[in-house]
Design a protein around this ligand. Sequence first.
Ligand code: BG6
Length: 484
Amino acid sequence: MVSRVIPVDPFDLVIFGGTGDLARRKILPGLFRRFCSGQMPEGSQIIGAARSDIDDAEYRNMVSDAVEEFGGGRTCERGTLEAFLDTIHFVTTDAKGDGGWNELNGKMRPDCVRAFYFSVGPSLFGDLAERLHRFGLATPDSRIVVEKPFGHDLKSAKALNATLAQHFDEAQIYRIDHYLGKETVQNLMAVRFGNMLFEPLWNAQYVDHIQITVAETVGVGGRGSYYDKSGAMRDMVQNHLMQLLCLIAMEPPAKFDPDAVRDEKLKVIRALEPVDWHHVVRGQYGAARDAPSYREDVENPKSSTESFVAMKCHVSNWRWAGTPFYMRTGKRLKARTSEIAVVFKDAPHSIFGVDAGRHRNVLAIRLQPNEGMTLDVTIKEPGPGGMRLLDVPLDMSFAETLGAEAEEAPDAYERLIMDVIRGDQTLFMRGDEVEAAWAWTDPIIADWVMRNDVPKEYEPASSGPEDALMLMHRDGRKWREVKA
Ligand code: BG6
C-alpha cells in the first residue's frame, strides 16, 4: 500500500514526566508504533526528563517494558525495538530547580523541530516554560504540548494561559484533548463536510435532537485523589463531550486549517445557552457484589462528586434553535461505548397511516468500540400482511469495510504527537476555546455547590440513574441503549 502520510523532518522530543503513567501507557508506546510504521525519521531522538536518578540504560528498560505492556501487541521486524530504544535518552531534570537543564540543552540539536511534552501536573507548567527559556532550550521552532486538565475553572485556566503566554506564542502551544485525535471524531468532519447527503438536513428543521453518549465500564479506582476533586463534569464534559458537540454543531469552516476550524468551534461554545439545573442529572455509582462503590474507590465516605452526568443543552443560533443536544457520560456503566446519534424528525405526513407507527432516520457515529456508522432507514417489512414498516440499519464498521487500513489507523496520541511535530494545530484546543468552555461549565458546577447537590446513586453496570432516563422521557424521547 502506498503511504499517504505526510513525512516529517527529524525531531527532538522531550517528555517532561517521562517516567510517569501517561508516558508509559500512551506516549512512548504510541511513538514506538509510529517508529514501526516508518514515520519517525532517522536522526530523531526522544528524551525522557524527570527527577528520577536513572541513566539511559535504565530508562530504555522502562520504555521497553512500557512498549510490551501497552503497545497493543504491535509486532515489528526483528531488531525494531532495539533500533527504537537507540533513539531514547534520559536526563535527570528538576522542574523546580536548576539541576539537569544544561545537560538537557546539550542534548538538543540546533536545526531540528523541538517539542516539549509537559506530561506533568499543571502546577509545573510555569516552571517548565520559564526554564526552557532561561536555559536557552526554546527556539522559535519549538512547541510545547500540555495535557488536560487545563485548569480547574475559568480563573485557573486564564492564569495558565497567561503563564504560558509569557514564554510561548499561541502558535507554539498544543493543548491536547485526545478525543480530537480519535479516528471517528475526525470522521465526523469528513461525513459532514465531505458529503452532499447530510449537510442540507443538518439543522433544526430536520433534526429532532442529538444524543452524545460516552459510557465507560471502569470506575475511578487508582485515580481517586484527582477524580474526586474533578468529577465527570470537569473530567469529561468540559473537554471531550464539548469537543464532540462542537464538531457536530459547528458551521462549515472555509477550509480545514487550524484557525478556521477552531473559530467555528468557538462560536458554538459561545452560543451554548446556560443550562437550567432541572436539565442536569448527576449520579454516583454504588457498590456491586464484587466491586467497591465510588465513595470506597475515592476513600471519601461523604463524597458528593459525580461519576455520571446527563444534561440537555441548547445551541442558540439559527441552525440549531429549538433542537436539544442531550449529553451523558459516566463510569461503571453497562458497557464501554461512545456514540453520537443524530435523530431526524418524523416525515411530515405518513401516507401509511397511524398504524404504521413512528419511524425515524438515525445517523449514529460510533467512536468506540468497533468504530463505524449506522444509518437507520425505514423499509417495508418483508413478507405478506400489508404495508408494515421496519427500521433497518445500513451498517458500516470501518474495520470490516476498510480492513487492515482501518486497523492500522494510529491511536489518538500517536496522531496528535505527529501533528505537533508537523506543526498542525487543527486538532488542538486554542486558549480562547478552553476558556469559553470553562465559562459555560463553571455556573453549572457553582449551582451544585450552592444547592449542596448530592448525586443520585446508580447501580453499577446500569445505564446510570433513573433521573437521566426521565430527562428524555419528559420530552417524549428516549436514550439509545448503552450496549457494546
Ligand atoms: C480521560 C479522562 O481524559 O479520558 C478519563 O480523564 C477517561 O477519566 C478517559 O476514562 C476516557 O478516554 P477513552 O479514550 O478511553 O474514551
